[in-house]
Design a binder for this molecule. Structure first.
Ligand SMILES: [Zn+2]
Length: 242
């Protein structure tokens, strides 16, 4: 269940995690939000982590690349669709205008992650890669994680071609649980959940936003609904300074 404060959306699961700060910033937030507008992201970051919040940003190309972020190199130099961090006071940032964003947090708040999970990224393996980087770089096992998936293109609306379904099936997504074969729609959030479960993230610590960005109204930016030039929403997660 998403909770709303100052127009920012927060997951109940992550709000209950001590030491973690996070938000999903929809189009309706802050009097009309678009992460590409100068100053907008900084305003959102201040609301999430207070004055002086530092932000590490992705450079998204629907890849499977996940990088370890640090405050001294806040912007990704090459294509990066996911970030992980163990640095308190640093907010990880990813953008979306239909693709679900995956938030990850270790139970003891010693590490966090975020990943941009459209169908291309999922098919390329970004969900598994984010979990792998957390385990190998920061020694966080999937069994220790809480995971949340942002509003995004929903199974109600997200029609895709056969090649998308084949690519997801080829990446190990259980198609029978994520695809409506009659309407040719795919539920990317359920696809992410299935991959998290298969990797060992506990079911009771996975939260999926119900909201669909395509039919969810003006509160969300949707590339599918509005086409090129649509604004970008933000996902932010970080470790609170101790
Ligand atoms: Zn929908």
């Amino acid at each position: 269940m998403l909770r709303r404060a100052h127009g920012l959306l927060r997951f109940a699961l992550l709000e209950e995690a001590p030491g973690i700060a996070h938000a999903f910033v929809p189009a309706a937030a802050l009097g009309g939000y678009d992460a590409t507008v100068p100053g907008a992201l900084q305003q959102a970051a201040r609301l999430v982590l207070g004055e002086g919040a530092r932000v590490a940003a992705t450079r998204q190309t629907h890849s499977r690349v996940v990088a370890l972020a640090c405050a001294s190199a806040p912007a990704a130099a090459a294509e990066v669709d996911g970030l992980i961090s163990a640095e308190p006071g640093l907010l990880l940032h990813a953008v979306s205008s239909d693709c679900p964003l995956l938030y990850l947090a270790a139970a003891d708040a010693r590490a966090v992650g975020i990943a941009h999970c459209g169908w291309r990224g999922i098919a390329a393996g970004i969900v598994e890669e984010a979990l792998c980087r957390l385990r190998e770089d920061l020694a966080v096992d999937p069994a220790e994680l809480s995971a949340a998936v942002s509003p995004g293109a929903g199974g109600c609306c997200y029609e895709v071609g056969r090649e998308v379904i084949e690519a997801l099936a080829g990446a190990g997504v259980p198609i029978e649980r994520c695809v409506n074969p009659e309407r040719r729609t795919v539920d990317l959030k359920q696809a992410i959940r299935a991959l998290l479960l298969a990797a060992g993230v506990p079911a009771q610590r996975i939260e999926l936003a119900r909201e669909c960005t395509i039919c969810g109204g003006d509160g969300f930016h949707s590339f599918r609904k509005s086409g090129a030039g649509v604004g970008r929403m933000s996902g932010l997660i970080g470790i609170r300074p101790r």
